[in-house]
Design a protein around this ligand. Structure first.
Ligand code: GDP
Length: 441
């Protein structure tokens, strides 16, 4: 799924990341291409418009354009906004007492409704639920038999009535049957039509009322693109819809429906159908889907590289400060924190040939030690942190009292700082003016 879109977006971002600094025009140009890619993927034009506006507003801010690796930050913003577009956080299906919890499936004929009912029953049974499938699609002659087969395959119970009853009555009888049988979940399949019509909505609504449905799930066929969105919009406007099941995502290379339906209807996408088999139903995770669309192994790597670039930049900054002899206690603390994460200090050291990434002894700290050091440094004034040489005896006593430590602790910290500073400065100065600034990789 989404192959074409993934490919197109990948091209846009690769081109963007080939540049260093970005101007607002670069971003505009890239977003124009993103817009085209989305429209080509059959995403609803209104959704495309709001999406690109949101990305643009964030991506042309000073923080991005003047920050580090702006192209990668743009990719990150696109990923974030894509996740939002798909609903933000995953909405798990709430399946809890009082039992039975009744789920009613509605949708057009051929949308994959009956299959989805079977898949949902299968999924819930695998979660250890006692499930009853109820056949209320009395329009399509084969639907009842189809559901019975699915129930058998899924290993769940089935309820159907040969004829003579209205669909709401069948549904009610099904729920009564579930109560007697101790079923925890009832999944009701309802009739579809070829097109949205009022009679269909009315019948579905009657069923929903008759069984006091816990949730009404609308099944739409992703392969129908814009039509899927229109259908969903029509349903949401006319009856209660709690969530959407998007079927046949496995067959949709464009992905337009998936990207539009949430934004247009406001209803969350709860599940994605990804095949004809019973196990082809996945809880829908907006973040993962956004990742898939952007091409996991490709564009997301760019983001990771951006993060590394930010770290490398910090390390460069640190080397500069060391050279300028402006390495204060705040820098020291920052370094200790980084060492714990194995961050930039490594890179500082990696930039200095011959050192082989060895850490100065004064920079090895454990967790408890680090919080003590943090407390001490935070008890200092900004000036003391910048210029530790002014910390005399009475200041040491004040700092010890303020941080709940002893004067010896303060002394030890200042000694460690002094050692680290000397060593780092020595290392940094040992190099020619630009040698070692570029990392080998
Ligand atoms: P209903 O009329 O809405 O009940 O639709 P059905 O459940 O009978 O499904 C219609 C067709 O779509 C059947 O051939 C299903 O096998 C197929 N189908 C359903 N869901 C999926 C899916 O997620 N992926 C694919 N590829 N086919 C599906």
């Amino acid at each position: 799924m989404f192959e074409a879109l993934t490919e197109r977006l990948g091209q846009v971002f690769r081109r963007l990341s080939g540049r260093g600094r970005l101007s607002e025009r670069d971003v505009d140009e890239a977003l124009r291409e993103v817009r085209l890619a989305l429209l080509e993927a059959d995403v609803h034009y209104r959704v495309v418009k709001t999406f690109t506006e949101r990305v643009r507003a964030r991506a042309t801010g000073a923080e991005v354009l003047e920050g580090l690796a702006p192209a990668h930050q743009v990719v990150r913003i696109v990923r974030d906004e894509l996740t939002q577009l798909l609903g933000g956080r995953a909405e798990p299906l709430r399946v809890d007492p009082p039992w039975p919890a009744v789920f009613v499936m509605v949708g057009l004929q051929g949308s994959g409704k009956t299959t989805a009912a079977g898949k949902l029953a299968h999924l819930l049974r695998r979660q250890g639920r006692r499930v009853l499938l109820v056949a209320c699609d009395l329009q399509r002659p084969a639907a009842v038999a189809q559901l019975e087969v699915l129930a058998r395959q899924a290993g769940v119970d089935f309820f159907g009535v040969p004829g003579g009853m209205t669909p709401p009555d069948v549904a009610k009888a099904g729920v009564a049957h579930a109560r007697r049988g101790g079923h925890e979940v009832v999944v009701v399949d309802t009739a579809g039509r070829q097109h949205v019509d009022e009679a269909l909505m009315a019948e579905a609504s009657h069923i929903v009322e008759a069984v006091q449905a816990r949730q009404v799930l609308l099944v739409v066929d992703a392969m129908t693109g814009q039509d899927a969105v229109n259908v969903a919009q029509a349903f949401v406007a006319r009856m209660r819809i709690d969530g959407i099941v998007l079927t046949k995502l496995d067959g949709d290379a464009r992905g337009g429906a998936a990207l539009s339906v949430r934004e247009v209807t406001g209803a969350p996408i709860l599940f994605a159908g990804t095949g004809e088999r019973l196990d082809g139903l996945e809880p829908f995770h907006p973040d993962r889907m956004a990742g898939r669309i952007l091409g996991m192994g490709d564009v997301l790597t760019l983001i990771e590289r951006a993060e590394q670039a930010v770290e490398a930049e910090r390390a460069r900054e640190m080397v500069k400060r060391l050279r300028e002899d402006a390495f204060g206690l705040d820098d020291f603390l920052e370094q200790l924190r980084q060492v714990r994460r194995m961050g930039p200090l490594d890179q500082v050291l990696a930039m200095i040939p011959g050192l082989g990434g060895r850490l100065p002894a004064g920079l090895k700290v454990d967790e408890r030690e680090l919080s003590r050091i943090e407390a001490i440094i935070q008890s200092m004034t900004p000036q003391e942190r910048r210029q530790p040489s002014i910390i005399d005896g009475s200041r040491r006593r004040r700092i010890a009292a303020g941080s709940g430590t002893t004067v010896q602790d303060v002394n030890r910290l200042l000694k460690q700082y002094e050692e680290a500073r000397r060593m780092l400065r020595h290392l940094a100065r040992g190099q020619g003016p630009r040698a070692g600034w570029r990392r080998g990789s």
